[in-house]
Design a protein around this ligand. Structure first.
Ligand SMILES: Cc1cc2nc3c(=O)[nH]c(=O)nc-3n(C[C@H](O)[C@H](O)[C@H](O)COP(=O)(O)OP(=O)(O)OC[C@H]3O[C@@H](n4cnc5c(N)ncnc54)[C@H](O)[C@@H]3O)c2cc1C
Length: 467
């Protein structure tokens, strides 16, 4: 039985690894000339660069053991520090009561307290629906904190009003259930190691940036005799009259390359793979595809003439007068990522494919990033320069108010092909983390090896906190 895996991000690699370890025949086909997908790293000078901050964390002990196995235990553990920069001050994120009390002007604190009490009072008489991102947060934190910390950042990063964003996103990404929980957690920090590690610790490869995970998978797969076909975008999937996919067609150097298959594991964007189906999908699926949007990101990498810009792994910049919405510093993830006396700051700007931000080049993007960092007070003029620019088209699936129905249409079309398994962040149009993609890939691998459903679809499907 031959399984063809489409895409070599962490979902594809982990699926192939599971199959190959069980002695199965598996081949990977990848569009790019490198493995790792969004969680790849590349070297510029002496620096290892990632697509923004990538921390690996999981509550699943077996998954963490697997992470160590793949990386041959060459792992560092870091205490997470991430903050929000607002009105000249740094606020811890997730929110911490003492830090809020210290940094927030008293007038705003009083207003936040009043708003919170008011919204709790209102809920004694009236049910506030969790029907969009704004309502979800206001219900739990009150309007003032929503406007300061959640609404401004989210509207800036997503480039759309928060009332048009599904509440799913809030429930998966906001760690505290409500303001009172935040206060309780600060006054009485959890002693349970599990909760602590979920929020405050993470794992990272000791060398080679986050992309080391993908490279290590590939190294181990090739040692088991698995073929990885890079620079081979998948362009067609031939399906027979019985609803079975029989061949995957890719393009390499302008020539078609065919892979016979018994099973397919798909991890490339679901809309794109459905468009490759032959015979083609029907009009209803095309309409649903057109309605599913993505948020893209432009990353500008600045080399800065000082050992460190901030102690944070990343900092959110929600204020509208700044173009960048988040910065990260790889040195704080691993010394190996920026070993010398200088450092690298990664500046992210969300955008839509083809807009003004998307069309920036390194020079114009660096100008914006440097200006913003000077405004925030993190660097001085003349001490930073752009060294790289990257663009991620499929960075975030947009959870608008209709995405669920549209996604269901796509999933139904995918299910019609009996030997086609779609998984991972792109294959499921799901806003999940690396650990989830690895868990999904491993479960799909098990499903294929054992012939019984290992329920990959259930990973990251609920209301758990993704942070
Ligand atoms: C800015 C940012 C920060 C993040 N931070 C974190 C974090 O801190 N912690 C965390 O756990 N997660 C984080 N994530 C999420 C994490 O990167 C993803 O969940 C994970 O890497 C997804 O892996 P995947 O294999 O599911 O998808 P991908 O990595 O997207 O893999 C899909 C693969 O398919 C390939 N492909 C696409 N089209 C074709 C084609 N036609 N033919 C062949 N191949 C194709 C792609 O090149 C890619 O290799 C972050 C993501 C972003 C964007």
């Amino acid at each position: 039985m031959h399984t063809v895996v489409l895409g070599t991000g962490l979902a594809g690699l982990s699926a192939a690894y599971e199959i190959a370890k069980a002695g199965g025949h598996v081949t990977l086909v990848e569009k790019e000339n490198f493995v790792g997908g969004m969680a790849c790293s590349w070297k510029v000078g002496e620096y290892w660069l990632d697509h923004g901050p990538h921390r690996f964390h999981s509550r699943d002990k077996q998954l963490v053991e697997h992470f160590y196995e793949v990386l041959d235990s060459e792992v560092v553990i870091r205490e997470r520090l991430s903050r929000i920069y607002m009105q000249g001050k740094f606020f811890h994120y997730p929110l911490k009561t003492q830090n809020l009390l210290r940094n927030m002007p008293k007038r705003i604190l009083l207003k936040a307290g009043w708003d919170y009490a008011w919204i709790r009072f209102v809920q004694l008489f009236k049910k506030i629906p969790d029907d969009n991102f704004e309502n979800w947060i206001i219900k739990r934190f009150g309007r003032t904190l929503y406007e300061i910390f959640f609404g401004s950042y989210t509207a800036k990063a997503w480039k759309m009003p928060c009332t048009e964003i599904s509440a799913d996103w809030a429930s998966q990404r906001i760690s505290q259930a409500n303001l009172w929980d935040t206060v309780k957690k600060t006054l009485n920090p959890p002693k349970d190691g599990e909760v602590r590690s979920l929020v405050s610790e993470f794992w990272y490869p000791a060398t080679g940036g986050i992309g080391q995970i993908g490279r290590k998978y590939a190294e181990k797969l090739e040692a088991m005799g698995v073929e990885i076909h890079l620079s081979t975008p998948v362009t067609r999937i031939e399906i027979d009259d019985d609803g079975m996919a029989r061949r995957v067609i890719g393009t390499r150097d302008g020539q078609e390359v065919a892979f016979e298959c018994d099973e397919i594991v798909n991890t490339i964007p679901l809309p794109r793979v459905l468009e490759a189906f032959d015979p083609g999908i029907d009009a209803e699926v095309h309409t649903a595809i057109a309605a599913l949007a993505y948020s893209s990101i432009v990353f500008i990498y600045l080399e800065v003439d000082k050992t460190s810009v901030s102690p944070d792994h990343w900092v959110y910049l929600p204020e509208g007068h700044l173009t960048i919405h988040r910065i990260s510093e790889f040195k704080n993830f691993s010394d190996d990522s920026a070993p010398g006396k200088k450092t690298v700051v990664c500046c992210e700007m969300t955008c839509r494919l083809g807009d003004e931000i998307w069309n920036l080049d390194l020079e114009s993007g660096s100008e914006i990033a440097i200006k913003d960092l000077i405004t925030v007070g993190l660097i001085e003029a003349g001490t930073a320069r752009g060294i790289d620019i990257q663009k991620l088209r499929y960075a975030y699936p947009i959870y608008d108010l209709t995405y669920k129905e549209n996604l269901a249409t796509l999933k139904r079309a995918a299910k019609k092909v009996k030997n086609f398994h779609t998984t991972g962040r792109q294959g499921l149009y799901r806003y999940n983390n690396m650990d989830h993609s690895i868990a999904m890939g491993r479960r799909i691998g098990k499903t294929i090896v054992k012939g019984s459903d290992a329920r990959a679809d259930e990973v990251a499907a609920g209301q758990e906190y993704f942070g």
